[in-house]
Design a protein around this ligand. Structure first.
Ligand code: BES
Ligand code: MN
Ligand code: ZN
Length: 492
């Protein structure tokens, strides 16, 4: 499918489906739309009246245009009330349009929507993102594609002919989002620490990034006892991934993004029981997937900031050489951890990743992790938790997420809760009491960051959706990629 921009007048556009976006309670046809309605002998007026179309957000109606015309179908899409609209409404409207066009077997589609907030670039980008993300279908694990019938080949975004660069931007970002979706959706017998490292190497060679993969022995030498403790029951080798994007000139800033990379989380000897969703624990590398997705996009966008992409990748498994609950591990900053629960493994891998990253001397660190079920209980499936030691980074991320249409909500980094992780034998335990479980997890991570401004996103709920939701299909969402890309671009 190709998405183009064009200045072809609405009245002259010819093709299978023409989509028209209308605001809520503003469905009177004026200007070009009135002329189009006349040309189509009142089809638009009739459709609006017959279906009582009000332009409500997410609503749509379709009708066939009489034979012999230059358009086969008209698709109306509602945008909602103009005063309450965000950029994401355009992405969502585009998803409705794209899904409808596909259902209506359109090969060519014209899209005519109002411009968001006087910003034609953002409008075009959002429309192109919504279309691509909604139409993405993952057939890799099916013996036969379920995508039958004619495919949408050509989309023309009307009235925005000078916005071709916004399409390029959308394509680059969507490539990253789709990579993240594919990594998260693939089962643990397909995406392993080895294939994650290979994916990082492929990104490096395709986009001209530097890549370093630390093997078990390298991690041993660096004293990464927390990460290696988690890895020790797996039959697969752990891989510590470090990708670096460097701009051509001197970088304005140096940033680091870390993703939790558990390709499977069985819980270890504190094994996940019945009803725990153990069969979903392939998603436990969702942070790493977003990190690699962002690397793929940033490599193409080429901002003038340096960005490090890091993940300590392994599985949390069970075997005769698994960590015992109660074992003490030593992280690479010398701090000792009593592992009172082997299922709180993500923070152990992140501890060594944070220590490694801080030594790079970056200006800010953001980590993304499917860290706690407690965060899902607190914020649900649509909102990620944000914890930060730095109000500026927190504000920047909130803005980046808002533009991305990804929801995040700041949570307290309550230092006092560290008391719940006091250990008799070691510097700390890896889990505290059940109440406030996503907060203690964040406070644990903070022990491994000395002074670099740092933010942590708990994405346990948001990397996956059971039901289709806007431009997200059921399955992996690719959550985090767009926020990370926006954040990096905002620093350039
Ligand atoms: N990977 C899980 C968290 C998770 C939950 C991810 C749901 C995706 C969806 C994490 O490693 C975990 O097991 N956390 C425990 C922590 C507990 C032992 C303190 C949890 O949330 O139950
Ligand atoms: Mn776990
Ligand atoms: Zn986990």
């Amino acid at each position: 499918m190709e998405i183009r921009v064009t200045d072809t007048p609405l009245l002259d556009w010819a093709g299978d489906g023409l989509a028209i976006g209308l605001f809520e309670d503003a469905v009177e046809l004026t200007g070009d739309l009135a002329t189009l309605d006349q040309k189509l002998v009142g089809v638009l007026t009739e459709l609006i009246a017959e279906t009582e179309f009000k332009g409500k957000e997410g609503s749509s109606e379709v009708t066939r245009v009489g034979p012999g015309g230059s358009i086969r179908k008209i698709i109306l899409v509602g945008l909602g009330k103009p005063d309450s609209l965000k950029l994401d409404n355009w992405r969502r409207a585009a998803a409705v349009v794209a899904r409808t066009a596909k259902k209506e077997k359109c090969k060519t589609l014209g899209v005519s929507l109002p411009v968001y907030n006087g910003d034609p670039f953002q409008t075009t980008q959002a429309l192109a993102e919504g279309i691509q993300l909604a139409l993405f279908q993952d057939n890799r694990f099916k013996s036969e594609s379920e995508d039958k019938g004619p495919v949408l080949e050509q989309v023309d975004i009307l009235g925005l002919g000078n916005q071709a660069p916004a399409i390029v931007r959308a394509n680059q970002i969507c490539a990253g989002v789709i990579l993240a979706r594919e990594l998260v959706a693939a089962p643990a017998n397909s995406v392993t620490p080895i294939t994650m490292a290979e994916t990082a190497q492929a990104i490096a060679s395709e986009q001209g990034l530097q890549v370093e993969i630390l093997e078990r022995e390298d991690c041993e030498r660096l004293g990464m006892g927390a990460f290696l403790g988690v890895a020790q029951a797996s039959d697969l080798p752990p891989k510590f991934i470090h990708l670096t994007y460097k701009p051509d000139g001197a970088p304005r800033r140096k940033l680091a993004i870390i993703g939790k990379g558990l390709t499977f989380d069985s819980g270890g000897l504190n094994i996940k029981g019945a009803g725990s969703g153990i069969e979903m624990m392939k998603v436990d590398m969702g942070g790493a997937a977003a990190t690699l997705g962002a690397a793929k996009a940033i490599g193409q966008l080429k901002p003038d900031v340096e960005v490090h992409f890091i993940s300590a990748v392994t599985e949390n498994m069970i075997s005769g050489h698994a960590i015992h609950p109660g074992d003490v591990l030593k992280a690479s900053n010398g701090k000792t951890i009593e592992v009172n629960n082997t299922d709180a493994e993500g923070r152990l891998t992140l501890a060594d990743a944070l220590v490694f990253t801080e030594k790079l001397g970056v200006d800010a660190i953001v980590d993304l992790a499917t860290l706690t079920g407690a965060c899902v209980i607190a914020l649900g499936d649509d909102i990620a938790g944000l914890w930060s030691t730095d109000d500026t980074v927190a504000r920047e991320l909130a803005q980046a997420a808002e533009t991305a249409g990804e929801k995040i909500w700041r949570m307290p980094l309550e230092e006092k809760y560290f008391e719940g992780m006091k250990s008799q034998i070691a510097d700390m335990k890896n889990t505290g009491p059940r109440p406030g479980g996503s907060i203690t997890a964040a406070v644990f991570l903070k022990q491994f960051v000395k002074e670099t401004p740092w933010a942590h996103l708990d994405v346990a709920g948001t990397v996956w959706t059971e039901k289709e939701n806007g431009y997200n299909n059921a399955g992996a969402t690719g959550f985090g990629v767009r926020t990370l890309v926006n954040w990096v671009l905002s620093q350039s």
